[in-house]
Design a binder for this molecule. Structure first.
Ligand code: ADP
Length: 866
């Protein structure tokens, strides 16, 4: 048995309780780490690894960070998903007998960080927790500690929906029960890249009952919320007064976007770069406040299904659009509104300083102005926004009377509280000020009496006030009155009893005044704390105004229009545009297109060459639907839409690198998800299904999927394909309509017009696209030659899965055709179609085997000659 020193024993005891954290163990001015923590931290933080004697045979690995600069190190670790337990000395080392007592005072974890520099202003930072119920459903709880918001959703349809629910939300950490299925745990860690923390206790801790009203005593929901609260208590060990009552998210009230759609549609981040730039959020975000930015993101994640709710937002957006100048004034006023929501959180945690309170006051000071501007709008909706805002005048006045405009960041050096706020403070200040005046007068008096012009009175912390006389003038000082205190190279410093007496008065008054200021500040902070619920309410209102003005601003500058809704499952969009592609192209060269699906049309089969704009067209519809349902205007000339309940997508070849699945497998999983979950009110986008496997395999699957959707699902579906053969499905499936993207040849090259037209397109223009991509000319020539050979080898027009009666159109076409095609506009049969004709003439019932041999011989001969 190793006998460690008492301090290391203390360390090990504490560490045993925080196995999954780095233990930052306070030792003087440093946080030290030992053993394995030290080995890991020295690597992660690139700090020197040392060792110390701990009583055992081997030295103990150790590394440390200075406590005053610990924040950056903590930030690095938290960003990498680690948790940190801060262990402080909780008694004065001077009075400690034996080892100084130490305790963990706070756990800093990715989901519970509060410090400003670790948080992104326009992004929530959620801690989530998951609870599995006996009926197989899951409850997901979200908490943003910095804003106090807590919400919860019950997910009924299985684990995948839980992952979809969590996907793409700003979650850094998830609290789970220890016995959650291992596979689920792996999926959470790998797919969502979150830190998992285990919390078994689910009983709601004391003092939080008032927050649970909405849960209606439901056992499942209470347990789920309890798990979250217990974890918060365990990690925070401080006031959680700012937690808002938990709200239930009724998933059925919102459009469902499965994980694939959230990713593929690039709502808040792009697939490739994972950044905001290039996402829909990037286009829509003209919010001015951080709170507004966060709310916009939330709205985007949960488009509404309730028509009245959607129309209410649209009405306000319209109102904001009608009055440009007033809207600009609102934007300007919002610029001065600080992050009230996070501020309320910090008030509750007791770490606001005087500057924060000044910012709070300035923000509150803007509210009457915002209300006034809102009242100038003619639109009832906008007008109403301002009516029920409480401008918290009482709080404003409190701060206006108490906190000094130029207050410093520190709380213990005075300068926080205004004159006139507290009588006692004013007295101290008067005493100290008067004393100082007396000292200035004394300096004059001494100068005159001694006739030493360079005599001065100064102050330092060690000796207090002193009279300084240069050595050259010492002989001018009278004997007896001055007591020597300090000798410098060129001067001597003296004190007098009179000076000492005044000094005591001044210093006493100053000390008392600084102490009192601190006390008063704490009292003010407590008073502010009482306003937390009102502040949170105000923050909600301001964020809403901000998001709606942002919609109006964006809608106006991009020429969006107000969508109209129908309940007859019709989609009619005239001159529709893709909000992001249009914006990226800048030059206005985006080609608008119509989307037209009557109640009798469920599926649009889109054909057209690669790169012609098929997936852009499909995404455009989904984004338009989402924009409409979050209450924003939409990019087109007019839009008449149903309210979609869900959107499913299979778009692009974004390989699922995380789970290591093949592209084709992902494709099938996404398709399956859509097929099994969609209703007639859903929108499905399937791009090039079947591309990931061999041609016939892929085509067969694609066709079967279309047929299934047509017969059983009835969702509005856009299906793009380069299998031209599928277009004939329109003959049998009456709810399927062919459309295609137009392309033209110009000087031997394909020009994409990006124009959608009715009917089926011809074949793919792969080689032309390769030409566009400037592959070497030699290579292009060779590909053209191979294509010609392949075309010659193929029997005319027939494919394996399309054995319908022969028509002219079924024959293989040369895409831009020969000269003859271009003249007549009709396709031309190839040379070997003669053989085909002859074959077709043979009546097998009427010939002998010998005849058959002869015919075959002659056909082969002709084929060789041709
Ligand atoms: P596909 O799915 O047919 O392969 P994409 O939708 O990916 O083609 O579009 C290819 C490119 O064409 C895109 O990069 C886009 O910039 C451009 N594009 C697509 N649609 C349009 C349009 N309507 N107007 C202008 N450019 C477009």
């Amino acid at each position: 048995m190793v006998t460690y020193t008492p301090m290391i024993q203390q360390y090990l005891k504490i560490k045993a309780e925080y196995k999954d954290c780095f233990l930052f163990f306070r030792l003087g001015d440093f946080y030290e780490m030992f053993f394995n923590d030290a080995l890991m931290a020295s690597k992660e933080l690139e700090i020197t690894l040392t060792s110390r004697d701990g009583g055992g045979e081997e030295r103990i690995p150790m590394c440390g960070v200075p406590y005053h600069s610990a924040e950056n190190y903590i930030k690095t670790l938290v960003e990498r998903g680690y948790k940190i337990a801060i262990c402080e000395q909780v008694e004065d080392p001077k009075s400690a007998k034996g080892v100084v007592k130490r305790e963990v005072v706070q756990l800093i974890t990715p989901g519970t960080i509060m410090e400003g520099t670790m948080l992104d202003d326009k992004e929530n930072n959620y801690l989530a927790s998951i609870n599995e119920s006996s009926d197989g459903s899951f409850t997901v709880v979200y908490n943003d500690l910095s804003t106090g918001e807590t919400s919860l959703a019950n997910v009924k349809d299985g684990w995948q929906s839980v992952v979809s629910e969590l996907f793409n939300r700003p979650i850094r950490e998830i609290v789970i029960p220890g016995d959650l299925d291992e596979r689920y745990q792996t999926e959470l860690k790998e797919r969502l890249e979150v830190t998992l923390s285990i919390q078994e206790e689910t009983k709601i801790p004391e003092g939080f009952d008032s927050l649970t009203e909405e849960l209606n005593e439901s056992k499942e929901l209470m347990e789920a919320y309890g798990r979250m609260l217990n974890y918060l208590q365990k990690t925070q060990r401080r006031s959680l007064d700012h937690l808002k009552p938990v709200q239930i998210i009724q998933l059925k009230d919102y459009m469902t976007l499965d994980m694939y759609s959230k990713r593929n549609l690039e709502l808040s981040e792009t697939l490739l770069r994972k950044g905001k730039q290039g996402s829909l959020l990037w286009v829509l975000d003209q919010t001015v406040t951080a709170m507004g930015g966060r709310l916009l993101k939330k709205w985007l994640e949960r488009p509404l299904m309730n028509l009245a709710g959607i129309e209410k937002r649209l009405e306000i957006v319209e109102g904001f659009m009608e009055q440009f100048f007033e809207r600009e004034s609102i934007r300007e006023a919002l610029q001065s509104v600080y992050d009230l929501e996070r501020l309320a959180g910090r008030v509750s945690f007791g770490n606001v300083n005087a500057r924060d309170l000044i910012q709070l006051k300035q923000s509150l000071g803007k509210i009457p102005e915002i209300k006034e501007i809102l009242s100038q709008f003619e639109n009832n909706g906008v007008h109403g926004l301002g009516r029920d805002i409480d401008d918290l005048k009482e709080l404003y006045l409190l701060l206006e009377e108490s906190i000094h405009e130029d207050a410093p960041l520190t709380l213990k050096e005075g300068g926080l509280i205004k004159d006139g706020y507290d009588g006692r403070l004013d007295d101290f200040r008067y005493a100290s000020k008067n004393g100082k005046k007396w000292i200035t007068e004394l300096e004059q008096k001494e100068k005159q009496e001694t006739k030493i012009r360079s005599l001065k009175i100064g102050y330092n912390r060690v000796f207090g006030y002193y009279i300084e006389v240069t050595k050259a003038n010492l002989h001018l000082l009278p004997e007896g009155k001055y007591e020597r205190k300090q000798t410098l190279t060129n001067a001597e410093r003296f004190i007098t009893p009179e000076l000492k007496e005044k000094e005591a008065l001044i210093l006493d008054a100053e000390e008392k005044s600084v102490d009192l200021e601190y006390q008063l500040f704490l009292e003010i902070r407590e008073k502010v704390k009482k306003f937390i619920p009102e502040l949170q309410m105000l923050a909600e209102k301001v964020s809403e105004i901000d998001v709606l003005q942002s919609f109006a601003t964006v809608s106006e500058s991009n020429d969006y229009v107000r969508p109209v809704f129908n309940n007859s499952r019709q989609v009619q969009i005239e001159q529709g545009r893709h909000p992001v592609v249009e914006k990226v192209m800048k030059d206005g060269s985006f080609v608008p297109n119509r989307v037209s699906m009557h109640d009798e049309t469920d599926i649009l089969l889109i054909t057209g060459p690669n790169m012609s704009g098929k997936s852009t067209y499909m995404r455009q519809l989904a984004l338009t639907a989402i924009m409409a349902q979050i209450g924003c205007f939409v990019p087109c000339e007019s839009a008449n839409l149903p309210v979609f309940d869900q959107i499913f997508t299979r778009i692009g070849a974004a390989d699922d690198l995380v789970s290591g699945q093949s592209t084709f497998m992902v494709e099938m999983l996404e398709a399956k998800h859509a097929i099994t979950q969609a209703t007639k009110d859903s929108l499905i986008l399937l791009d090039e299904i079947g591309r990931g496997t061999s041609t016939y395999d892929g085509m067969a699957l694609a066709q079967a999927i279309i047929e299934h959707l047509h017969e059983h699902v009835h969702a509005k579906t856009l299906f793009s394909t380069h299998y031209h053969e599928l277009t004939s499905l329109a003959d049998d499936l009456d709810k399927l309509k062919n459309i295609h993207v137009r392309a033209e040849e110009y000087e031997g090259k394909v020009v994409f017009l990006h124009q959608i037209q009715e009917g089926a397109a011809d074949e793919s223009y792969g080689i032309h696209v390769a030409k566009l991509a400037e592959l070497p000319a030699q290579l292009i020539d060779r590909a053209t030659e191979i294509l010609r050979q392949l075309e010659q080898k193929q029997p005319d027009g027939k494919t394996e899965n399309n054995q319908s009666d022969e028509t002219e159109d079924d024959l293989q076409m040369s895409f831009f055709g020969s000269a003859e095609t271009q003249k007549t506009g009709k396709p031309v049969k190839k040379k070997n179609s003669q053989l085909h004709d002859e074959l077709m003439k043979i009546d097998f019932m009427d010939i002998t085997p010998m005849d058959a041999m002869n015919i075959l011989y002659s056909l082969q001969k002709k084929a060789k000659e041709s």
